[in-house]
Design a protein around this ligand. Sequence first.
Ligand code: SF4
Ligand code: SF4
Length: 336
Amino acid sequence: MALPWRYAYRVGMHIAKQKLKGNKKFPLVLELEPLFACNLACAGCGKIQHPHDVLKQRMPVEQAVAAVEECGAPVVSIAGGEPLMHPQIDQIVNELVKRKRFVVLCTNAMLVRRRLEKFDLKPSPYFSFAIHVDGLKERHDASVCKEGVFDEAVEAVKMLKERGFKVTTNSTFFNTDTPQTIIDVLDYLNDDLEVDEMMISPAYAYEKAPDQDHFLGVEETRELFRKVFADGRRKKWRLQHSPLFLDFLEGKVDFKCTAWGIPSYSLFGWQKPCYLLGDGYAKTYKELLESTDWDSYGRGNDPRCNNCMAHCGYEPSAVLATMGSLRQSLRTLTDM
Ligand code: SF4
Ligand code: SF4
């Protein structure tokens, strides 16, 4: 499945402009975390272990918009925590859409049906929801440690689609998954629920996550995705990733980590070096770029990176490799 042309064109133009300016490091997607609080407590989560005084903070709208403007990323993925617990989340979304940023609101769906009316959110080609769905009912409810969450997510997807919103999903896989559990959930999301696009990721082993036993190693990840993508399934699914990132997941190509391409901005500032590790914070994206020793991270450089195949480190590498090749660019626009 090809990436949406509007999105691919915008990201391509952004990269071309950065190269013309002579910038070697620049952001493609900003991971914005305007709060850490959440209404779930998933065992594999590395974001909700902050003390109470941090969990009750909400990022002001102006601060969120200023971070997006300073870094210039064309795509903003709003996560957390649970963004729908932020009372001004609609204002953040609308300010960014007004600036023609592609905004993705990542949610566990528990508040969609209850709170959507309270927010001023409207369908737009620049705005989509990304609903967290790790598996079919039993598997997803186990992943989020609460019964009924899968059913709520399904109802939320249906309601959002009925109201004309673009709806994507975000699925994280662990070593408790088999090729078949992944195939089953992606088939369901693609063919039955008919979401617009799907994002997939092997789970990253957060040091602070309560459950440390179920993260995938690199070879396990490659073997798993090779089996999942076999028999033409990869072409059939509407996956929201560049073809080279999917090649990377199944071990056909390898890349160096380029975590500066998907930086993370939270209540603490710009996280070093990425969304997954926490080696300090910078006040600006510029300071993040200049004060981080990027060569000391990535597989083979830092033991904490050795099992990482997460999109925040490697999707920018895949996108940059795509833009450097006419054949890969055409592949992105036409087929997988
Ligand atoms: S829903 Fe997301 S933010 Fe909330 S606990 Fe689960 S993984 Fe963490
Ligand atoms: S490999 Fe890159 S993205 Fe992954 S944890 Fe290390 S620095 Fe972060």
